[in-house]
Design a protein around this ligand. Structure first.
Ligand SMILES: Cc1cc2nc3c(=O)[nH]c(=O)nc-3n(C[C@H](O)[C@H](O)[C@H](O)COP(=O)(O)OP(=O)(O)OC[C@H]3O[C@@H](n4cnc5c(N)ncnc54)[C@H](O)[C@@H]3O)c2cc1C
Length: 372
């Protein structure tokens, strides 16, 4: 059994970001990664860009929105506002190498077992033990198609790696949020017919929160295809998909039926990679895990933390990097306090993380909407 004080599972932005703070604080840790650094980003559709813009604003106390570690900026590394998935994975690799983050690739955590004094992780490389466990396995590797009968006749949008190379002409996309609109844009730009089906208004502007409405980057693409003869929008909820001889019938809640020749594409999102820890988690009504507000520990499990896009507190959704990085410091502070690290050293770390957008403990400040 290999023993560490802290184990982080996953080397995406969340895992590497928390690891960078732990290493600043001198904690003994390792990051266990199933494949390689940034593997979710490497598997993004090939022309998918980051929707949050990067800008090297760090010197003025405003970290690049996509940075996960102080003194770094994807905009600076690539001289680009909207990085491709492969480029962002390269940024993560640069950060991991520069800060000498302790990562072990090709190590898949298969099951986590609770012990009286810590956590035993069963992996394909043997068993590991840690006093503190930080789950950073992300969502991308757990695509979701929920509440659609006949979902087995559909394909999830994340499996379409090269949208400009798909055969056929007539596509139905279920879901009109970021991934759905991006895919529709790629297909319509190649003069392919696309119907988007979504229960909500796609150009809804009732909130300024990009976790709930299209980001400006995708909105611009939406405006470019909205009036194209190749683009159709249907407001409704798909309840079932039936495979027929002439193609697929998509049945909507309002009894409308949409026919398509090609396999329907579900741009219906992702949820936490939770199989190895399922027995340990309790869930909120919206399906995300219940966490303590103080330090993002899983409900009822001291010293077992979640970091990344599945973090939710009340109505606050931490699904973007610039949002979830703000909770890195809260987790590491909790571990340092439990390890009885000198209070003065902890305060110094916390001040530094606060000024870099990596520490947010008072969630009441997240409620503000833009007024114009
Ligand atoms: C198409 C698309 C575009 C997006 N654009 C943006 C954007 O512009 N800005 C933004 O802020 N966010 C964006 N997001 C969301 C962002 O990608 C995610 O929030 C981010 O990847 C989450 O980081 P993470 O480290 O939690 O997870 P991931 O990046 O998914 O990393 C998780 C890591 O854990 C590893 N892992 C999984 N299971 C195990 C296991 N059992 N054992 C060991 N390792 C494991 C994986 O291999 C992976 O490397 C986008 C998402 C998608 C799908």
């Amino acid at each position: 059994m290999t023993i560490y004080n802290t184990i982080i599972v996953g080397s995406g932005p969340a895992g590497i970001g928390v690891a960078s703070l732990l290493s600043q604080a001198g904690n003994d840790y390792i990051v266990l990664e199933k494949k390689q650094i940034g593997s979710s980003f490497i598997n993004w559709p090939k022309n998918m860009e980051m929707i949050t813009p990067s800008f090297p604003s760090n010197a003025f106390g405003q970290m690049d929105l996509n940075s996960i570690c102080e003194g770094t900026s994807p905009a600076f590394s690539f001289n680009k506002e909207h990085l491709l998935g492969d480029e962002y994975a390269e940024y993560l690799e640069l950060v991991a190498n520069y800060f000498q983050i302790n990562i072990q690739p090709n190590t898949e955590v298969i099951k986590v077992n609770k012990q009286p004094n810590g956590w035993v992780l069963e992996t394909n490389q043997g068993d590991y033990f840690a006093k503190y466990l930080i789950w950073a396995a992300g969502e991308f590797q757990n695509p979701q198609i929920k509440n659609i009968k006949g979902a087995e006749h559909c394909i999830h949008s994340s499996y379409i790696r090269y949208p400009d190379r798909v055969d056929g002409n007539d596509f139905a996309i279920i879901g009109g949020y970021e991934s759905g609109i991006q895919l529709a844009y790629d297909l319509v730009s190649n003069e392919k017919k696309v119907s988007i089906i979504d229960p909500n208004e796609i150009d809804d502007t009732s909130t300024s929160d990009p976790s709930q409405v299209l980001s400006p980057h995708t909105f611009k693409k939406y405006k470019q295809i909205q009036n194209s003869p190749f683009y159709t929008e249907v407001k409704g909820q798909v309840t079932s998909v039936i495979k027929k001889e002439d193609g697929y019938h998509l049945e909507l809640e309002n009894e409308q039926v949409i026919k398509t020749e090609r396999i329907p594409i579900c741009a219906t999102g992702f949820s936490l990679v939770d199989e190895p820890i399922m027995e340990l988690i309790s869930y909120r009504e919206d399906g995300s895990p219940k966490l303590t507000e103080k330090a993002d520990e899983f409900d009822g499990h001291e010293n077992f933390y979640l970091t990344g896009p599945s973090v939710r507190h009340d109505n606050h959704i931490f699904c973007f990097i610039y949002k979830f990085r703000q909770r890195f410091g809260v987790i590491v502070e909790d571990i340092l306090r439990k390890e009885k690290v000198d209070e003065e050293q902890i305060s110094l770390c916390v001040e530094r993380w606060k000024s870099n957008g990596m520490y947010l403990s008072d969630l009441s400040c997240c409620d503000d909407e833009c007024v114009c």
